[in-house]
Design a protein around this ligand. Sequence first.
Ligand code: ZN
Length: 136
Amino acid sequence: MTTWATLADLNKTEPCKDYGAVLDTLEADYNSTENLPCWQTEAVPVDEVDRYQIIDDPDDEDGRQKVELLREALRRSAPLPPIVVVHGPTSERGTYDLLDGRHRFNAAHEERLSSLSAWVAHIGCCDGPSPDPAST
Ligand SMILES: [Zn+2]
């Protein structure tokens, strides 16, 4: 039997620094709230995270710097907070839509890690619940 967490539960365990932004996206794009028990902590394949989120702008110096620092942290095997993703149908972009952790994802991608710790929402897939009716 799978036990599902809500995003509010997970955020209590390990506060997400962009929690407000994550909630906004969850509501706008997934018709879901922090109270929908659809979350699992998983190791997700880096190759399957939204490829459109790969930073390829050489002028994004701020972003580059963050990614470099995170790559160093990964090389030291320092623990990083989980990225936040939504599982969905496979597309050319990948299987996981990225809600938070773009720089962590890019660092893992550049370090060629195979997987990354993540909070994964299964909204109406993998036996996860349907979108939160209270939010409609
Ligand atoms: Zn799923």
